[in-house]
Design a protein around this ligand. Structure first.
Ligand code: ZN
Length: 130
């Protein structure tokens, strides 16, 4: 680790932000792909009350912590799976950037993580109903 401090900081911050966004994207895929729902519209909504989840409640990890993992409208808990996916994603993307920098290798690792994490969660949740 001979990189200047600000490069490490950039990789760390980018990893946390992109990891959160990617984790959020993966939870969307894990929920919608098995149900043959559109990946584009509508926006995220509560699986229980169907109310649209607004922007401040979509911030990965933070919103889960702020709302204690429950829907703002109906109070039904979201599965812990979503939080775990987001945290694992933040860690994976941050590590990819710290180890490989902002190059093609990091993108390949992140892409593989996206595929494996999505498929594993889709297969693993079948029959559990969360
Ligand atoms: Zn709800």
């Amino acid at each position: 680790m001979t990189e200047p401090f600000f490069i490490l900081l950039m990789r760390l911050v980018t990893g946390i932000v992109l990891g959160g966004i990617l984790g959020s994207f993966i939870t969307m895929l894990v929920y919608r792909l098995p149900r043959s729902k559109s990946l584009i519209t509508p926006g995220s909504s509560c699986p229980s009350c169907r109310k649209v989840i607004g922007w401040p409640d979509l911030v990965p990890v933070y919103s889960y912590w702020k709302l204690k993992g429950k829907c703002r409208h109906c109070g039904k808990p979201f599965g812990q799976r979503y939080l775990i996916i987001e945290i694992v994603s933040v860690v994976a993307v941050t590590l990819a950037f710290l180890i490989y920098g902002f190059g093609a290798e990091a993108l390949v690792v992140i892409f593989i993580f996206l595929i494996v994490c999505t498929l594993w969660n889709i297969l693993e949740r079948q029959g559990k109903g969360d």
